[in-house]
Every structure is written in structure tokens, then in C-alpha cells.
Design a protein around this ligand. Structure first.
Ligand SMILES: Cc1ncc(COP(=O)(O)O)c(C=O)c1O
Length: 271
């Protein structure tokens, strides 16, 4: 079992860290991630056989343990990236619990607002933090306001970007295996792996209408400030009749002070 932990830096399941549950845990350190080194990643394993194979695979297929080598390319990150990551891992140890607490306060703030609800938290999740903060929007409770209009209105109100999930797999901009020649084993096989032939109504409805998602920096919002999220949703809800035509409410004052423009250098007058 390989755990895809690309988005899971720090969460715990029954007090065991994500990435330590399966045979291998695969983490991404790409630049958008909570722990990142611009690009790169890490694999965790407790299995010694897997370990030596991965060590070889990572480093051009060299043989680090007699008899164990995997024909490969260069999958190494640099020492500079490793140094940056070590600092972030130390910070994550301090911050994961704070993010968990702040996430619960944001859930409560969503629960206190009309026409939206927080995600159900599985009782096995003993610490939640990571890539995104998300909640669910109910278009019916908003008299037909679309998810997209709500996301835009909330982004304008809080000066903070809210989007949706990734596209469902049948419409993904990055998943189209049938375009690769090496998968053209037979016309039937090619048709079978064409994602466009699937119908994914639940994922599609979530993506289009229900999911409201923002980046991990939301976990930096303290419990004392989480009520701004409730207030913003209540305010938009009260104006929902004006939203139905797709017009978001006027932009609120920015939550954070804007940087002052750098004054243009005064023109030198000729002496
Ligand atoms: C769920 C998931 N798995 C895997 C990856 C791949 O990570 P990387 O780009 O570091 O290879 C990503 C990237 O965002 C991801 O979102």
C-alpha cells in the first residue's frame, strides 16, 4: 500500500502520522505544499527491502547494497533543499497542533453560518492539518446562488482566495493516459482508459457547486479571528438576492494593510 501524502504534512490517524500507515508514504515538497523546497519529495518506509531499492532508484540506479539496484534516473534533491526542509520540519513539529486547533475553530465558524457546513471529521483523525481548508456550500439554502458566485463573493469580502477542488478525474487537465502511445495496446484498451467515458456525478457536483476550498495559510487564522469567516458568510447571505444575477457585492476594505506604492523618484531639475 502506497499512501499519497502529497497534501498530508502533519495529520494523524489514530495518533499515527500520515505516511506511516502503509508500506510507503509519498510526500510532495512542491512549492504550493505546506512543507516545500520548491520541488522534490520524500518517501517513508519501515521496510528495509523497499528502502534499499528506493535509495538505488533515487540515485541513478547505483548499487548501495550489494545486489540491490534499480535502473533509474536522477531523483535526488540538493543539499540546499534538504537544509531548507529541515528547518520547516522543525517548525511543523511546533505548528501542527496549532493548525489543528485553528482548523477546528474555522469549522465552528462555518457551522455558525447559514447555508454552509464544515466537513465531517472522522473520529480516527487525531490531528488535522495540511494542504487546504475546505467546507461545503448548499446552493438550495441560498435560493439558487451558484457555488462559483459564492466563492467569488467570499473571496471579495475577505480579500482571500476561495476556489474549488481539483477537477474530477474525467475532466482532469493532467490525467489523460489514453494520449500516450505506450498505452495503445488495443482499441478496446484505449477506450477503457479514456477518463472521458466515466460519469462522476458526485465529484462533479462537489467541484461545480458545493466545495469551497482555500490554501493552508487559513490554518494560521487564530480562533479569536475565526468569527470573521462567520460574519462574512452571514453578510453575503443577507445580500443573496443581489447575487443571483452573478454580481458579487462590492469589495470590502482589504483585511491586511496594502503595501505603500514606492514613490517615483523625483525628477532632477537641471541646475
Ligand atoms: C494528491 C497529489 N498526489 C501527488 C502529487 C504530486 O506531487 P509532485 O508534484 O511533488 O510529484 C500532487 C501534487 O500536487 C498531489 O496533489
Amino acid at each position: 500500500v502506497i499512501e499519497d501524502c502529497a497534501h498530508c504534512h502533519g495529520p494523524r490517524w489514530d495518533d499515527r502520522g500520515a505516511g506511516s500507515l502503509g508500506d510507503l508514504g509519498a510526500f510532495s515538497f512542491q512549492s504550493s505544499k505546506l512543507v516545500n523546497s520548491a520541488e522534490g519529495g520524500a518517501l517513508l518506509t519501515n521496510n528495509e527491502d523497499h528502502y534499499w531499492r528506493i535509495v538505488s532508484q533515487r540515485s541513478c540506479g547505483r548499487e548501495y547494497r550489494p545486489g540491490v539496484r534499480v535502473h533509474s534516473g536522477n531523483y535526488r534533491i540538493t543539499s540546499l533543499q534538504a537544509a531548507i526542509l529541515r528547518g520547516q520540519l522543525a517548525a511543523l513539529r511546533r505548528n501542527a497542533g496549532i493548525m489543528d486547533r485553528n482548523g477546528l475553530a474555522l469549522d465552528a465558524a462555518v457551522a455558525a453560518a447559514p447555508g454552509v457546513r464544515p466537513l465531517r471529521r472522522n473520529p480516527h483523525i487525531t490531528r488535522q492539518c495540511g494542504y487546504c481548508f475546505a467546507f461545503l456550500f448548499d446552493p438550495q439554502a441560498w435560493d439558487g446562488v451558484s457555488g462559483e458566485v459564492f466563492r467569488r463573493a467570499l473571496s471579495a469580502e475577505l480579500n482571500w482566495g476561495f476556489g474549488s477542488t481539483y477537477e474530477p478525474l474525467n475532466a482532469s487537465p493532467v490525467y489523460y493516459p489514453h494520449k500516450k502511445r505506450r498505452h495503445h495496446l488495443s482499441p478496446a484498451y484505449r477506450r477503457a482508459i479514456d477518463p472521458a467515458r466515466w460519469e462522476l456525478p458526485v465529484a462533479t457536483e462537489l467541484y461545480r457547486s458545493r466545495a469551497v476550498v482555500t490554501g493552508w495559510s487559513a490554518y494560521g487564522v487564530s480562533p479569536a479571528r475565526a468569527r470573521y469567516l462567520t460574519d462574512a458568510i452571514v453578510k453575503i447571505y443577507e445580500q443573496r438576492a443581489t447575487l443571483r444575477d452573478g454580481t458579487p457585492p462590492p469589495r470590502a476594505a482589504p483585511a491586511r494593510p496594502r503595501r505603500r506604492a514606492i514613490p517615483a523618484r523625483a525628477k532632477r531639475r537641471p541646475a
